[in-house]
Design a protein around this ligand. Structure first.
Ligand SMILES: NC(=O)c1ccc[n+]([C@@H]2O[C@H](COP(=O)([O-])OP(=O)(O)OC[C@H]3O[C@@H](n4cnc5c(N)ncnc54)[C@H](O)[C@@H]3O)[C@@H](O)[C@H]2O)c1
Length: 440
C-alpha cells in the first residue's frame, strides 16, 4: 500500500519505518528541511533502540523516502497519517493548529478518495474538525480515522511491530477495511484490532495515559507515606503487585512522570472535561502530586547540607525523561537542575543519549561529562534522575575516589539499601529508609 506520514518526530518516524518494514511504500513529509535532508541522507534524527537498522534497510530498498512537499508526499497515497505535534496551549488544551492546518492543506491537494488518519493524540471531536478542515477546499470523497498511537519511547519499535492492541476509530466500512489490511501484519499473534467510533478512540488514548499517570502518582504518594511511616515502598510494591487485579507493572515510585505525553495529555483531558462542565478531581490531584514529586529530592538534599547549597557541586546521572531515549521534554532532571542552580549550586551532568538535546536548552549553565565517572569529580553528592541500565551496577570504589563526599540522592531507587549501607554512602532514595544518615 502507498502511505504518507506527515510529521517525522518520535511517532512519525517509527510509524513510517515500521509500515515500510511490512512492505508498504512510505513517504514521510516534514516541514523541517534540515530533518528531511538528514533523514534522506541516511542519518537518523532521534535515538530509539532498533530503529536505525530498520530505517537504513527500508531507505536503501526504496520503500521509505522523505520530502518537505506535502503535494509530492500525498499524490499517490491511499492512507495519510498525521503524526503532528499537539502541544499544550496556555489553558492546558491540546493545540490543534498543526493537525488542522495540515488537514486544510491536504483539502487543497486532494483529487480522489483517501483516508486521513489522526495518529496524533487529539481531543474528542477532532476527527470531525479534521473533516471540516478538509471540506473547506475539497468536496469529493474521503474518510477520517482516529488511530491513536500507544508506543513508548525507548521500546517504540517493538511496541509498533507487536502492539498490545490497535485501536481504530472509524465510521466508514471502506476506511475500516483499509486500516485492517494495513495493520494485519502487526496482529498475527492474536493481539486485537479494536474497532470503534472516532470519539471513543480519541478518548481511549487520553484515558490510557491518564490512568498510567494516576498509577505513578498513586505510588509516589504511597512512597511519601513510607518515608514518614518507616515502611519500604519496594516491599509494598511487591506486596500489591502480585495481586493480578493491580499488576506488577508501572508501580515503581520515583521523581514523577515526564516526557512529551503524560503531562500534556493529563492536562488536556482535565481541560476537555471542564469544557463539558465536569471537574475531573482525580486527575487534578495526579497533576499536583506530580508537580511536587519532580523536585522531591531537592529538600532532602538541602536538608543534608544544613539548608545551604551555595557553592556545592553536584554530579547528575540521567537527563532524559526515562531511559533508552534522548527525549528531554518535561524531564524531571531539568526541574532538579533549575532548583539546584537557583540555590547557588553547580552541576556536572552525564546522560548516554540526551546531552545534545540538553545543551540546546541549558547551554553552559551546567557542565557535561564524557562518562558517568567523570561527572563525579569533586562532587559533594551524586543525584540520579534517570534509570539507565548502566547506572545500576556502577564501580562504587571508583566512585568513592572521584567524589568529594560519599552522598547519593537517588530518584529511581537503583541501589540495594543494604549493599550501599555497607559501602558507607549517605543514601537517600524514594519511599525507603535513609542510609547512613549521620555521614556528611
Ligand atoms: N512521543 C511519544 O511517545 C508519543 C506516543 C504516542 C502518541 N504521541 C502523540 O503523537 C503526536 C506526535 O508526537 P511526537 O512525539 O512524534 O512529536 P515530535 O515533536 O517528535 O514530532 C512532530 C514532527 O512534526 C513536524 N511538523 C510540525 N508541523 C508540521 C507540518 N505543518 N507539516 C509537516 N510536519 C510538521 C515537526 O517538524 C516534527 O518533526 C503528538 O500528538 C503526541 O502526543 C506521542
Amino acid at each position: 500500500m502507498k502511505i504518507t506520514v506527515v510529521g517525522t518526530g518520535y511517532v512519525g518516524l517509527v510509524t513510517g519505518t515500521c509500515f515500510a518494514e511490512t512492505g508498504n511504500d512510505v513517504i514521510c513529509v516534514d516541514i523541517d528541511q534540515s530533518k528531511v535532508d538528514r533523514l534522506s541522507n541516511g542519518e537518523i534524527t532521534i535515538y530509539e533502540p532498533g530503529l536505525e537498522k530498520l530505517f537504513l534497510r527500508n531507505l536503501k530498498e526504496g520503500r521509505l523516502s522523505f520530502t518537505t512537499s506535502l503535494a509530492d508526499g500525498i499524490r499517490d497515497a491511499a492512507v495519510i497519517f498525521l503524526a503532528l505535534p499537539t502541544p499544550p496551549g496556555e489553558d492546558g488544551s491540546a493545540d490543534l493548529k498543526y493537525v488542522l492546518g495540515v488537514a486544510e492543506d491536504i483539502g487543497k491537494l486532494l483529487t480522489d478518495y483517501k483516508v486521513l488518519v489522526d495518529k496524533s493524540t487529539v481531543p474528542v471531536g477532532t476527527a470531525d474538525k479534521v473533516k471540516e478542515a478538509v471540506r473547506k477546499n475539497y468536496a469529493g470523497e474521503f474518510d477520517v480515522v482516529s488511530n491513536p498511537e500507544f508506543l513508548r519511547e525507548g521500546v517504540a519499535v517493538d511496541d509498533f511491530m507487536k502492539p498490545d492492541r490497535v485501536v481504530i476509530g472509524a465510521s466508514s466500512e471502506r476506511a475500516r477495511k483499509l486500516m485492517g489490511d494495513l495493520y494485519a501484519p502487526f496482529v498475527r499473534s492474536g493481539n486485537p484490532i479494536i474497532y470503534m467510533d472516532e470519539r471513543s478512540a480519541e478518548l481511549t488514548k487520553y484515558a490510557a495515559n491518564s490512568f498510567l499517570a494516576t498509577k505513578i502518582s498513586f505510588m509516589n504518594e504511597i512512597a511519601q507515606l513510607c518515608e514518614r511511616m518507616g515502611a519500604d515502598v519496594d516491599m509494598v510494591r511487591l506486596g500489591i503487585g502480585s495481586d493480578d487485579r493491580i499488576g506488577k507493572r508501572f508501580l515503581f515510585p520515583g521523581i514523577g512522570y515526564g516526557g512529551s505525553c503524560f503531562p500534556k495529555d493529563v492536562q488536556a483531558l482535565v481541560h476537555s472535561a471542564s469544557q463539558v462542565n465536569y471537574d475531573f478531581k482525580i486527575l487534578n490531584a495526579v497533576m499536583s502530586v506530580n508537580e511536587k514529586q519532580k523536585v522531591h529530592l531537592v529538600p532532602k538534599i538541602r536538608n543534608y547540607f544544613g539548608g545551604d547549597l551555595k557553592g556545592k557541586h553536584f554530579a547528575l546521572w540521567g537527563l532524559a525523561f526515562k531511559p533508552n531515549t534522548d527525549d528531554i521534554r518535561e524531564a524531571p532532571a531539568l526541574y532538579i537542575i533549575d532548583a539546584l542552580l537557583a540555590e547557588g549550586a553547580t552541576v556536572t551532568a552525564f546522560d548516554p543519549e540526551a546531552m545534545r538535546n540538553v545543551k540546546q536548552v541549558l547551554g553552559d549553565k551546567i557542565a557535561y561529562a564524557q562518562n558517568q565517572y567523570d561527572a563525579l569529580d569533586q562532587a559533594d553528592a551524586l543525584v540520579i534522575a534517570t534509570e539507565w541500565n548502566e547506572f545500576r551496577t556502577p564501580d562504587f570504589l571508583k566512585m568513592v575516589t572521584r567524589m568529594k563526599r560519599k552522598a547519593i540522592f537517588d530518584g529511581r531507587n537503583l541501589f540495594d539499601i543494604k549493599a550501599i549501607s555497607e559501602l558507607g554512602f549517605h543514601y537517600e532514595s524514594i519511599g525507603r529508609a535513609i542510609v547512613n544518615s549521620e555521614v556528611k
